[in-house]
Design a protein around this ligand. Structure first.
Ligand SMILES: [Fe+2]
Length: 487
């Protein structure tokens, strides 16, 4: 069966993934083709074209188009929860009850139009919507390779209504245990504080995580942002995850936090400096997020973890590598699998794998992310020669040895090899390299190449033969999704 997964349901990170008889043959994000980070408000047309072309598939041969956004019934708790919690914005509240699948219908129209543009014949190809959190869950569980019962955690800003997912996978099927709904979103709170700290939501969260270690998590107590509610939690929407009149506004732009939060914590951070008190807020937010995720993990998935120790984790929150370090450190977690495109770009893969598994196809562990386009030496040379600005280049005789010399001399290297990575992590296909023993290399890369703040982290690449000695664990870490303490 040929399944084309498309993402972009929430108007960011559109991507495409192609599965043939359960095998992931190609996957790519639209942003890489149109050179617009997160490709907001776009459909994954170029990405889908690439996937079909790479696999030599005619669009008319596609059996199913899977999409990570589904209609939500009024018979379930999601829309009622939303309506009740958004009482202060009656237009939204009533809309959830009376017209709660409006966004789904709009998405379906967008997919239909995109499909037609790609050359898909909707008389022959089936459109299958998959609930957003099931798509996230599937992208982790079905590609984990775990055979035993597997706990599944999903922490995300928001899908249709669900924000946080607890469930398990067994014999290739995903079962829900508990979901939390908008506005009760842990990632949403993190996103709101990301905005408060002067970064863009859905982009700057990892900068908050990078800033956190510079601060003291106990200096300011942010715990009132999230209150316990039975066995779950409730977000204080007078402070964060706010909409409508409760929103703080600056130059006509509304934010997901309130004036009340600004009265409490002071003005929103601006500029590129990591200074007080903001570094402490970042530290406090990171800790609050970690503590809540761990607490809920124990409440809903503790039993399953004690039984098999296997955990699959997806959603934007799964890209929080510091949280993942604490999860791996738990006694009853034997192995954590985070599908590296854990954010919304991975939901194309999630929706496609969900449909494949539901139709009896066997999926295996994702061992690499090299699923995007590749270019040979001839194409690279042609591109260099075609440059309007004259470029200096030469062909290296011994690429590894000469590259090592350049690195050892303290120079950064832009490394371009094979197929492009799927997901946000540069894993040796398109990476900027530096030798960590060359003094000042991190500052040099930040200033000259990535134009980024000096306090942002880098990821080390370590041979697996010595990794256990250096990072003090033999837990696999192929995809840059977990941090470790260095020996
Ligand atoms: Fe998502």
């Amino acid at each position: 069966m040929i399944i084309l997964g498309l993402s972009g349901a929430l108007n960011h990170d559109p991507s495409a993934a192609l599965l043939i008889d359960g095998e992931v043959v190609a996957a790519a994000e639209e942003e890489r083709f149109i050179r617009d980070k997160h490709a907001r408000n776009r459909m994954p047309l170029e990405a889908a074209r690439y996937c079909l072309k790479a696999a030599g598939i005619n669009p008319r041969e596609v059996d199913v188009v899977a999409f990570p956004y589904a209609p939500i019934s009024l018979a379930g708790p999601a829309r009622w929860h939303f309506a009740k919690r958004y009482w202060y914005a009656p237009d939204r509240s009533l809309d959830a009850l009376l017209n709660g699948n409006r966004r789904f219908r709009r998405n379906r129209t967008r997919v239909m139009e995109a499909g037609t543009e790609l050359g898909i014949d909707w008389n022959e190809t089936e459109f299958v919507p998959v609930e957003h959190h099931l798509a996230h869950a599937s992208s982790a569980y079905h590609l984990s390779g775990f055979e035993e019962k597997t706990a599944i955690l999903g922490v995300d800003g928001k899908g249709e209504y669900a924000t946080t997912f607890f469930g398990y996978g067994e014999n290739g099927r995903i079962h829900k245990i508990r979901e939390f709904y908008d506005p009760d979103s842990l990632s949403g709170v993190y996103g709101a504080i990301t905005e408060y700290l002067g970064f863009e939501m859905l982009d700057g969260e990892y900068k908050v995580m990078g800033m956190a270690p510079y601060g003291d998590p106990d200096r300011y107590d942010l715990s009132r942002l999230i209150a316990p509610d039975g066995s779950g939690f409730q977000v204080d929407t007078t402070l964060v995850n706010t909409v409508g009149l409760r929103r703080y506004k600056e130059d006509g732009v509304g934010f997901y936090f309130s004036d009340k939060l600004v009265d409490w914590l002071g003005p929103r951070r601006k500029g590129d400096v990591a200074d007080e008190p903001y570094i402490h807020y970042a530290a406090s937010m990171q800790k609050l997020f970690e503590d809540w995720c761990l607490k809920l993990l124990e409440t809903y998935l503790g039993d399953i973890l004690r039984e098999t120790g296997k955990l699959a984790f997806a959603g934007g929150g799964a890209l929080n590598v510091k949280l993942n370090q604490r999860i791996v450190a738990l006694d009853h977690v034997r192995e954590l699998f985070v599908q590296p495109a854990a954010g919304d770009s991975g939901t194309s893969l999630g929706a496609a794998t969900y449909v494949a598994a539901a139709r009896g196809e066997k999926l295996s562990r994702m061992n690499h992310v090299y699923l995007g386009p590749e270019y040979g030496a001839d194409e690279c040379l042609a591109s260099l020669e075609a440059s309007e600005e004259p470029l200096h280049f030469r062909l290296l005789d011994d690429v590894p040895a000469e590259t090592a010399e350049i690195l050892a001399a303290g120079n950064p290297v832009a490394w371009f090899q094979g197929r492009m990575e799927f997901g946000p992590r540069a894993l040796g296909g398109r990476s900027i390299l530096g030798c960590p023993s060359a003094p000042g290399i991190a500052d040099r890369i930040n200033e000259q190449i990535k134009f980024r703040e000096r306090w942002r982290p880098f990821c080390p690449s370590v041979l697996d033969t010595v990794a256990a000695y250096i990072i003090q664990t033999d837990h696999p870490a192929t995809f840059m999704t977990i941090t470790f303490d260095v020996n």
